[in-house]
Design a binder for this molecule. Structure first.
Ligand SMILES: Cc1cc2nc3c(=O)[nH]c(=O)nc-3n(C[C@H](O)[C@H](O)[C@H](O)COP(=O)(O)O)c2cc1C
Length: 224
């Protein structure tokens, strides 16, 4: 199943007024919508926005976004952003999501192509270590803050189009990395990196699944 990221303006023709942080899940026809909140790591569903600056700062958080998308569309909604364990999954279901998408939670799994420098940064990152920046690729993406993003950004108005900055930065980045420096390297991460599990993905998946069953039971008891 392929996935395309769009602004979502035309996805919500009904009563909804949601137009950022949305992606469509395609499989020949539209099968669902991914509602991606501000907390999410990496690039985001703001690719068609007119102003990068406003899109970077105005994207709603997952808690605010998901119920609005659920109300606005007729296909299943997958919640993404800031979800890393069973509590987050239970919360997303309580908001009306039909599924969840986790990214940051798995970045420390040995199966992930995360570099050692990136892993070290994730291991030491606090919940406020990331911000949304466009300096690395030309498009807004959440990464652990570093020298380049702090000194140039986090959001620059005048930048070559995506993905040209990646190539322009490559020599500087390679030289710095040889010296063990992460000053110019994008370490994509969401706000939940402290909850990432350093264990094989199957184990992490099993723990998260068991945690979500427990959290859903607790939530059901509370609302009973
Ligand atoms: C390392 C990394 C790279 C990502 N790259 C992209 C990307 O290129 N395009 C995109 O639309 N989303 C990208 N994402 C966002 C994920 O698809 C997903 O929505 C997000 O990870 C969910 O939020 P979480 O990171 O809080 O779990 C990336 C996320 C991570 C962690």
């Amino acid at each position: 199943m392929s996935r395309r990221w769009l602004s979502g303006k035309w996805t919500c023709r009904g009563s909804g007024r949601v137009r950022s942080g949305l992606g469509n899940v395609w499989g020949g026809e539209r099968r669902g919508v991914i509602a991606q909140g501000y907390e999410a790591g990496g690039h985001r569903g703001t690719f068609l926005a007119q102003s990068l600056k406003s899109a970077s700062f105005s994207q709603p958080g997952t808690l605010a976004l998901v119920p609005q998308v659920v109300d606005a569309v007729k296909v299943p909604v997958i919640a993404a952003g800031g979800i890393a364990d069973g509590r987050g999954i239970a919360a997303a279901f309580a908001l009306g999501a039909a599924g969840t998408q986790l990214g940051t939670a798995y970045l420390l799994c040995p199966e992930a192509a995360t570099s050692e420098l990136h892993r070290e940064a994730l291991r030491h990152a606090y919940s406020d270590a990331t911000f949304v920046t466009n300096v690395f690729t030309g498009r807004p993406a959440r990464a652990i803050s570093n020298r380049l993003a702090l000194e140039l950004g986090p959001i620059l108005d005048a930048l070559p189009d995506f993905p040209l900055p990646i190539g322009a930065l490559a020599p500087l980045r390679a030289k710095a990395e040889q010296q063990g420096s992460s000053d110019f390297t994008p370490f994509w991460s969401g706000q939940v990196s402290p909850l990432a599990r350093e264990m094989p993905a199957m184990g992490a998946h099993a723990q998260i699944g068991a945690g979500s069953s427990r959290s859903i039971e607790v939530t059901s008891e509370l609302v009973r």
